[in-house]
Structure formats: structure tokens, C-alpha cells
Design a protein around this ligand. Structure first.
Ligand code: ADP
Ligand code: MG
Length: 237
């Protein structure tokens, strides 16, 4: 892992895959601003699965958007893959996100015309990588999330909801991210399939050593998390 360019950053910063320090995020709301994140601090270690629960509108997705560098906070510090993103240009943030952050959202957002394997290879293509060597790695990753060879050749409409979410997770892991951000991955699944997806997330977090944040409203799925935090009105407890 490369270190931060300036000597100013502390060793702990260089090592932390994900940390938010006193982050505040507001959205325009008519003539005023709505505070979605209110002084949120969070540090996630490699191989750690942190679950975030909380009512709808409490700021969970906003937290993930800031951690994914998709939204820039009004105040506070965000460190992703050991790098402080505050001073980065939009281009630098995009590159960091592409190379170091995996995201899994509620809807799998798979491309309808591509097979499961091609969903992963498309990522490699977008990265400017070579597709041939990536093929074996894609097959291996899909196998590891439970898709056999026949399933790997199927397009999304011929996979179940749970299988699509597995492809989604494999795709998020494909670039070797140090941070994995997962937003309500089980809301379209029944309890049993949802539990299997959370089980898988716990497993890949250990195996790939990602700092994983899982947002869920299903308290029954929290047994596999290392830590459970509650989001309430923009504050994390
Ligand atoms: P959760 O994921 O916990 O449901 P969100 O992070 O989506 O919460 O939303 C937190 C608050 O910010 C809510 O009050 C929501 O209405 C508001 N909000 C979310 N996204 C936007 C946006 N793009 N513009 C304005 N307000 C937003
Ligand atoms: Mg949400």
C-alpha cells in the first residue's frame, strides 16, 4: 500500500481504510438547509463489518455517499484508503472511488444485456485494464459468492434476486477495494435470502480484508456484524 504523499499525515491516517471525523452534511431545503449528517465520526478497520441501523430519513444513505466520496461534506474530514479526500479534485476523487471503493446498493443495477461474468469484465474494461486476464479472476470471484459456471453465463433476468445481489457484491469486490459500502442490500429479498447475503458480506469482509459499512433496517440480520451503530436524526451512536 502506498503512503500519503505529505509527511504531515499521521501513521494511523495512512493505515485507516475508512474514517470520518466530525462530518457535517447539509442539503438545500427551500430557503434553508437540511442537516443530514450532524458531526458524524466513524473509523472502520480492515476486515471489520460495521452495521448501521436507523429510521428512514436518519442519514444512513448520506453517510455512505460521503464515505464513497460521491458527496462532499460541509465540514469534517473523510479518509478513504488512507487518503484524506478533502483537498482532492473531482477527478482524483473519482479515481480513488473507482480503484479503492466498492459499492452495493439496494437494486443491483446490473446491465440487462450482459452475463454475470461480463458485468465484472465491464468494470475492468472501464478501468482500462485487459479483459483476458480478468476473465479467470471474474470466474473465481463469482464462484466464491456461490455462482456456478452455468449461472455465470446467465443474464440478470435469468438469475434470482439473491443471485443478482451476489453478482453485485462480486462486482463491487472485483477491483480489490479497501472499502466496501453496502446500502440495504436485502430489502428486495425474503428473510432467508437476506440472511444469506449478510452472511456472504461478513465472509467477504474477512477474506478480502475490506472495511465494510452495511446499512440495513433489518435488525434480525445484525448478528454477523462486528459493531452495530444507530443513526438517529443525522447523529451516529
Ligand atoms: P436514510 O438513508 O437513513 O433514509 P438519507 O441519507 O437518505 O436517510 O436522508 C437523510 C435526510 O436528508 C432526509 O431528511 C432526506 O429527506 C434528506 N435528503 C436525502 N437526500 C437528499 C437530497 N439529494 N436533497 C435534499 N435532501 C435530501
Ligand atoms: Mg437510505
Amino acid at each position: 500500500m502506498t503512503s500519503t504523499p505529505s509527511g504531515g499525515a499521521s501513521a494511523t491516517t495512512a493505515l485507516s481504510p475508512l474514517s470520518l471525523e466530525d462530518v457535517t452534511l447539509t442539503y438545500p431545503d427551500g430557503d434553508r438547509r437540511l442537516t443530514a449528517l450532524d458531526g458524524v465520526s466513524l473509523a472502520v478497520a480492515p476486515g471489520e463489518l460495521v452495521a448501521v441501523v436507523g429510521p428512514s430519513g436518519s442519514g444512513k444513505s448520506s453517510l455512505l455517499a460521503v464515505a464513497a466520496t460521491l458527496l462532499r461534506p460541509d465540514a469534517g474530514r473523510v479518509v478513504v484508503a488512507g487518503r484524506d479526500v478533502s483537498g482532492m479534485s473531482a477527478g482524483e476523487r473519482t479515481a480513488l472511488r473507482r480503484d479503492r471503493v466498492g459499492v452495493v446498493f439496494q437494486q443491483a443495477n446490473l446491465l440487462p444485456s450482459l452475463t454475470a461474468e461480463e458485468q465484472l469484465l465491464a468494470v475492468e474494461h472501464l478501468r482500462g485494464g485487459r479483459v483476458r486476464p480478468a476473465r479467470a479472476r471474474a470466474a473465481e470471484l463469482l464462484e466464491s459468492v456461490g455462482l456456478d459456471e452455468a449461472k455465470r453465463r446467465r443474464r440478470p433476468h435469468r438469475l434470482s434476486g439473491g443471485e443478482r445481489q451476489r453478482v453485485n457484491i462480486a462486482r463491487a469486490l472485483f477491483g480489490g477495494p479497501s472499502v466496501l459500502l453496502v446500502d440495504e442490500p436485502t430489502s428486495a429479498l425474503d428473510h432467508e435470502r437476506g440472511a444469506a447475503v449478510v452472511e456472504l458480506l461478513a465472509e467477504v469482509t474477512r477474506r478480502h480484508g475490506t472495511a465494510t459499512v452495511l446499512v440495513t433496517h433489518d435488525r434480525g440480520l445484525l448478528g454477523r456484524a462486528d459493531r452495530v451503530l444507530t443513526m438517529d436524526d443525522g447523529r451516529l451512536r
